[in-house]
Write a protein that binds this ligand. Structure first.
Ligand SMILES: NC(=O)c1ccc[n+]([C@@H]2O[C@H](COP(=O)([O-])OP(=O)(O)OC[C@H]3O[C@@H](n4cnc5c(N)ncnc54)[C@H](O)[C@@H]3O)[C@@H](O)[C@H]2O)c1
Length: 329
């Protein structure tokens, strides 16, 4: 039986793509890897053959030797972009070193294609909408890590014949997202705050612009990133192209959840306007912007209310406190 490896299988993209493959491509065995640092075991379907491993430290050979792995979806990462300057070492270990381990395994075991989720963070403060032809210029360690992984994967393609597709998603949200991490996933943070009777918080004045992408719309395109001939060795933005000011998105959520106080916090070091083109994902991966933000948030809010009451994750100590924002101290 042919197998598929999904790293980060307890997270949003990983758990949801695993479900999608089990439903739509049942001839494949789905193997999942995660260290549960940022995802939850409850989110992994029981039909997934799950291995709790740390990609930055553990040997992947036993898994790849025991199965006929055709595709690898490498989603595992710690995607806390704004926090990454204060956890540099952790960021590079979890994102770059972990990816090197996955790339080694793909080459050594003749994997058919590696699909890697990079990020819109590689573009930095460019001129939106960001296009795949733009030269990356990341402004934080998270974006730098993703760009390094992209370059490494491309070199592995040139030198070792590894086939790959690099996806640059942006602001993906939906059912199974981690809403218990105060450092990432703005919509998830707001939903957690509302559920816990706290005001929803905005960094700066809320005029930043982002486009939000519902996970439901990303699943078929992610699959196609592995199987479509035309997606071989391509870098492709994925996600909605409709941008919102952060304050607009907050007001939309206010309406959905039946009201919430908005609290403005200190401004962060971040790109002011970040959204991307998506024509290439339409042409090569069949992406369709089917779910508008209102509909996607309604279903996420509904799901979130049925979730266990988990403690919000707080870093016990940062690697660096110089320049750390008051709200994270
Ligand atoms: N969700 C988004 O908005 C978005 C946007 C751009 C890029 N991405 C990228 O897409 C990928 C998936 O994102 P997501 O939203 O599903 O994230 P997520 O945090 O929900 O899932 C990531 C999973 O990786 C696991 N993980 C982290 N480090 C690991 C390690 N060293 N070993 C094993 N497992 C590890 C975590 O436990 C978690 O379950 C990530 O690479 C992320 O950088 C996501």
């Amino acid at each position: 039986m042919k197998a598929i490896v999904i790293t980060g299988v307890a997270g949003l993209l990983g758990s949801r793509l695993a479900n999608w493959i089990l439903e739509n491509e049942p001839t494949y065995q789905v193997l999942g890897i995660d260290n549960l640092s940022g995802g939850y075991k409850d989110h992994i379907d029981s039909r997934v053959l799950f291995h709790q491993l740390d990609l930055a430290k553990d040997n992947l050979d036993p898994i790849f030797s025991a199965h006929n792995v055709e595709f690898v979806f490498h989603f595992a990462a710690y995607a806390a972009e704004g926090l990454s300057p204060f956890i540099r070492k952790y960021n590079y270990t979890n994102n770059v070193v972990a990816t090197a381990n996955v790339v080694n395994a793909c080459i050594a075991h003749g994997v058919g294609r590696l699909v890697f989720t990079s990020s819109m963070a590689v573009y930095g403060a460019g001129n939106p909408p960001f296009d795949e032809h733009d030269i990356p210029n990341p402004i934080d360690p998270y974006g730098i890590a993703k760009y390094a992984c992209e370059m490494d994967i491309q070199v592995a393609g040139q030198q070792h014949g590894l086939d790959w597709c690099i996806i640059r998603p942006h602001n993906v949200y939906g059912i199974n997202q981690n809403i218990w991490d105060r450092y990432r996933n703005v919509l998830g943070i707001w939903i957690y705050q509302k559920l816990n009777n706290q005001p929803i918080t905005i960094f700066g004045d809320g005029s930043q612009k982002r486009a939000f992408s519902c996970i439901d719309d990303c699943l078929l395109p992610l699959w196609n990133a592995a199987v479509a001939k035309e997606a071989s060795k391509e870098i492709i933005n994925i996600g909605s192209s409709k941008e919102y000011q952060i304050i607009e998105a907050a007001k939309l959520l206010q309406d959905i959840v039946g009201g919430a106080e908005i609290k403005f916090l200190e401004k962060r070091h971040e790109v002011h306007a970040a959204f991307a083109t998506h024509q290439k994902s339409i042409d090569l991966l069949g992406y369709q912007d089917n779910t508008n933000l209102n509909a996607g948030l309604v279903s996420m809010w509904h799901w979130a209310q049925s979730q266990p009451k988990r403690q919000q994750f707080v870093w016990p100590a940062y690697e660096l406190e110089n320049g750390l924002y008051q709200f994270w101290k």
